[in-house]
Design a protein around this ligand. Structure first.
Ligand code: SF4
Length: 344
């Protein structure tokens, strides 16, 4: 028998980064709606304290690291499959909002719901409902299958709505002629794409009503402006976006770079970063984070550069000063949850 001989593995020499500077967008990271939803989830999980599973119709926020932490504390995301949720369960409605049908299901199955729908999404629900009640037809611009789109469209009778995506061919679009038409959109689309689609709609259907207010939310808009600033005024060679692949607003940030022919990537953890992105001549990296990305997770990604000794990492000022947007927690739902345990 050959004795095992210890042979140290030859050290692999890593190709050094060529990056000299990392510029971090001033407008980035979690919005008021995401902060509220995560705070509510943590409060609920603290109250429940592992006594029963807590369900959510969708990821409470579209961010994998956040959801992994919440899942490890007992939150189960069922991706709208109600068969997975026993009667009388505690159920979150996610920040994206839900169609009215879900409230009916919740009532039938006796769910105790914790509704963390973002208040800016609720505004759009209210506006489309009111518009329908006035006998008008709604054109809704959104991303097919996105939970926010599913929620808003669910408010409307099929005959009263037309769903389009920003790249829908408006030339072939047919709309009712006997009704006023009003256009709304998902809150997390690219502002410029929505404006472009609205213009095409107005060109083809003069008289179409586009309410003055933009449905794109402040967080989406500001993060897009800051990403554009990195690309246009700071001439970065690469745009690194922190966020999950199913986060629409994060992907829209990455697409800003793609449209300008600048290499880019969307990652939600340091392990997703490929070394070769930064070893082949890229000197100036722009970094930003989508509206559901927490600063602590973003900083873990930036550590990749710090660990390479890249100094400086420069924090740019905000392009648009962001007011402190604190959204209300669903206090009534949380009180009902506390009552549930008092009466057990
Ligand atoms: S991205 Fe905008 S609409 Fe979505 S949760 Fe945040 S603030 Fe609300």
């Amino acid at each position: 028998m050959n004795p095992e001989v210890y042979r140290p593995k030859p050290e692999t020499k890593l190709t050094p980064f060529t990056v000299k500077e990392v510029l971090v967008a001033g407008n980035r990271g979690p919005c008021g709606g995401v902060n509220m939803a995560i705070e509510a989830a943590n409060q609920v999980l603290d109250i429940v304290d592992g006594r029963e599973p807590v369900y959510s119709n969708w990821d409470i926020v579209n961010n994998n690291p956040v959801m992994n932490r919440l899942n490890s504390r007992g939150l189960v995301s069922v991706r709208n499959n109600w068969d997975l949720v026993p009667d009388n369960s505690i159920v979150f409605f996610s920040a994206h909002g839900v169609p009215p049908d879900y409230h009916k299901i919740a009532a039938e199955k006796g769910f105790l719901t914790i509704d963390v729908t973002c208040q800016l999404v609720t505004v759009v629900h209210t506006r489309v409902k009111n518009t329908q009640a006035q006998g008008k037809h709604i054109v809704y611009i959104g991303k097919d299958g996105h939970p926010e789109t599913v929620g808003v469209l669910g408010e409307l009778d099929e005959k009263n709505r037309t769903f389009i995506e920003p790249d829908t061919d408006i030339n072939t679009l047919v709309l009712p002629r006997d009704k006023e038409i009003v256009v709304y959109s998902q809150t997390t689309l690219a502002t410029d794409e929505v404006k472009d689609t609205q213009q095409k709609l107005q060109d083809k259907f003069p008289g179409i009503i586009i309410p003055n207010r933009n449905d794109i939310c402040y967080a989406t808009d500001n993060r897009q402006l800051a990403a554009e600033d990195l690309l246009d005024n700071h001439t970065v060679d690469f745009l690194l976006v922190a966020g999950s692949s199913h986060s629409h607003n994060s992907e829209e940030l990455r697409k800003k770079a793609e449209k300008k022919g600048i290499p880019s990537a969307l990652v939600d953890k340091p392990e997703d970063v490929q070394r070769e992105w930064f070893t082949k001549g890229v000197e100036k990296v722009g970094a930003t984070a989508g509206a559901s990305e927490l600063e602590e997770d973003f900083q873990k990604i930036l550590d990749i550069f710090r660990n390479e000794g890249i100094d400086p990492v420069v924090y740019l000022p905000q392009i648009v000063p962001e007011k402190d947007m604190t959204f209300k927690l669903p206090q009534g739902d949380i009180i009902a949850l506390k009552e549930r345990y008092k009466t057990l």
